[in-house]
Design a protein around this ligand. Structure first.
Ligand code: PGA
Length: 250
């Protein structure tokens, strides 16, 4: 049985007080019996204050949205995987399309980040997903397969700490989600691709859907056989809506 996972990607939103208020709200609306793993990914400065109030008994965990490809040293403005671990992170998002596109993160850079994060015992939420024109040209499976190369190069001890997030770029922040059928088709493809390495790993790896996932479409998406939860952007910024998405996963 794979766990159900809902991760909140706050991106560049929420000041400290706004973030703490939202976390308090989420904690007040959940209890120790729900079986959903909930991962909150705020901006770097909010990590430690949120860590201090999070409740792992309620299956809330902390994640960062990014980490450096360097371990330590003279890299002004960077935050390393070891530092993230030391402030209470258990997870880190790597390869988000906004990092790939706006910050020019190549597959080689992502590979460095992936290895460093795993070495520091962080679990990695590794994002893949095609652009609209790639889907229109029917290249989406090839694109995602190439993006999975870094994952396929991991050994089994590393792979056990990886979660994949399929986020079609055309669905992110647009209000147009992939249909449950489109998402399921890609999730199944991702699982089959991992199975070329190990069937057991493929059966166990959680694969999340992301891209305009909200309270109205989450249940249908999460009901698909190969969708194990979601990576939620804008809908995770509103407490009531995010709670409904957690319920949809449980
Ligand atoms: P969205 O973002 O839910 O706002 O589409 C998802 C993401 O980018 O992770």
């Amino acid at each position: 049985m794979r766990p159900k996972i809902v991760a909140a990607n706050w991106k560049l939103n929420k000041t400290l007080n706004e973030g703490l208020d939202l976390v308090q709200f989420l904690l007040s609306k959940t209890n120790e019996h729900d079986n959903v793993i909930k991962i909150l990914c705020p901006t770097f400065p909010l990590l430690y204050p949120i860590h201090q109030i999070l409740d792992k008994n309620k299956k809330f965990y902390l994640g960062a949205q990014n980490c450096s490809a360097f371990e330590r040293g003279a890299y002004t403005g960077e935050v390393s995987a070891a530092i993230l671990k030391s402030v209470g992170c258990d997870y880190v998002i790597i390869g988000h399309s906004e990092r790939r596109k706006i910050f020019n993160e190549t597959e080689d850079i992502l590979k460095e980040k992936l290895h460093i994060a795993l070495k520091e015992n962080l679990k990695v939420i590794y994002c893949v997903g095609e652009e609209l024109n790639q889907r229109q040209e029917k290249l989406h499976f090839n694109v995602v397969k190439n993006q999975l190369e870094n994952i396929l190069s991991l050994n089994e001890d590393q792979l056990i700490n990886v979660i994949i997030a399929y986020e079609p770029v055309w669905a992110i922040g647009t209000g147009i989600n992939a249909t449950p059928k489109q998402a399921q088709e890609m999730h199944q493809f991702i699982r089959e691709t991992i199975a070329t390495k190990s069937t057991e790993m493929a059966n166990n790896i959680p694969i999340l859907y992301g891209g305009s996932c909200n309270a109205s479409n989450a249940s249908q998406l999460f009901a698909q056989k190969d969708i194990d939860g979601g990576l939620i952007g804008s809908a995770s910024l509103k407490g009531d809506e995010f709670i409904q998405i957690i319920y949809a996963a449980s």
